[in-house]
Design a protein around this ligand. Structure first.
Ligand code: NAP
Length: 330
């Protein structure tokens, strides 16, 4: 996530803030990505760069569905009416993933603490006439009781979970030399423990219903593959390295258990969401600057990757998708 581009000279920034070349875009961050008409956006101007030309960029979340193509659509057919749990569905990547799955006809339980945002998204999906449904669920993932109650409610009201998207995650600016223990615990509880509890419960839900083709997808980060030289995200980076190990360990255990349930992680670089605003909650200007240095990924780009891995044939297991903004250096 936080790439630090050092091309022309830019201060390293967290996940959210990479690099910086050129682009000075206005920050347009909303809690829930709202549908908008397709536009043509200008990439930042690099001299002698072919990137300088105007290219069409689908700006609308609704375009996620349109861009998937026939092949993906066919691959998604088997998931119609099945249930996906998306954690952290109240904004950013989780909201985009939840929307894309509802567009594909799935029943989606979206959870987070700010359940009002998910209720708004559910109403939006309904009025858009998407074939699936979004069921909002309030859950504090740092509390195991909340997680277990959620799985119990899903079991009693909707049978169980076929797809688990462990997306919820957060960063606190607590360095290794002077950070607070509480900040480290917050990151560990959500990014590592909650992901592991949800994974275990989702697997048990699949097992008790003889679901052999389920899928567990962890939203990892490029910070789970290299440590950016930015003290504010070193502990965060450690939690994402854990996600890398947990995803591969899960793949091995699923195989040992002789299932065909698949394990995947998706590792984005900088994505324009509320993430940096929560990291730099005392410095909104720093947060906004994070997204202004390069043309970032959009939450819908990550949602497309999720749809892709789900749509591959059952014998294909994508282990990890690493995806950076083209302009991101590290
Ligand atoms: N943005 C990036 O540059 C980037 C890059 C790589 C990877 N990622 C990863 O992508 C995932 C999503 O991040 P994002 O960028 O979409 O950030 P975001 O906009 O801040 O969204 C984070 C989501 O996690 C939920 N969450 C956090 N703590 C929670 C808790 N205790 N209980 C329940 N839900 C909780 C939030 O919901 P509530 O606050 O409403 O509870 C929210 O829905 C994270 O795992 C992040 O590490 C982000």
């Amino acid at each position: 996530m936080w790439p630090s581009v050092e091309v022309p000279r830019a201060e390293p920034r967290p996940e959210a803030g990479p690099q910086g070349v050129g682009s000075r875009r206005s920050s347009n961050i909303s809690k829930l990505p709202a549908p908008a008409p397709a536009v043509t956006r200008e990439l930042p101007s690099f001299s002698n760069s072919r990137l300088n030309s105007a290219i069409p960029v689908p700006s609308s979340p609704n375009e996620v569905g349109r861009r998937l193509g026939t092949m993906t659509r066919a691959g998604m057919e088997r998931w119609r009416d099945r249930l996906a749990l998306v954690t952290g569905a109240s904004g950013g990547i989780g909201a985009a993933v939840a929307r894309a799955l509802v567009q594909q006809g799935l029943k989606v339980v979206g959870c987070a603490r700010t359940v009002g945002n998910i209720e708004e998204l559910a109403a939006e999906c309904k009025s858009a006439g998407y074939p699936g449904t979004l069921i909002p669920y309030r859950c504090d993932l740092s509390n195991e009781e909340d997680i277990l109650s959620m799985f119990s409610a899903v079991r009693s009201q909707h049978s169980g979970v076929d797809i688990c998207i462990n997306n919820a995650g957060m960063a606190r600016p607590d360095s290794l030399l002077s950070g607070s223990t509480s900040g480290w615990k917050d990151m560990f509880n959500v990014n590592v423990l909650a992901l592991s509890i949800c994974t275990r419960e989702a697997y048990q839900s699949m097992k008790e219903r003889n679901v052999d083709d389920g899928h567990i997808i962890n939203i990892n980060s490029m910070c789970g593959h290299r440590v950016p030289p930015q003290s504010v995200i070193h502990f965060y980076s450690a939690t994402k390295y854990a996600v890398t190990a947990l995803t591969e360990g899960l793949r091995q255990e699923l195989l040992e258990a002789q299932t065909h349930i698949r394990a995947t992680c998706i590792s984005p670089g900088l994505v324009e969401t509320q993430f940096a605003f929560k990291l730099y909650d005392k410095d909104p200007r720093e947060a906004a600057a994070t997204y202004e240095h390069i043309k970032c990924l959009r939450p819908e780009d990550v949602a497309e990757a999720v749809i892709y891995v789900l749509s591959t044939p059952p014998h294909v297991q994508v282990g990890d998708i690493q995806m950076r903004p083209t302009e991101q250096v590290t």
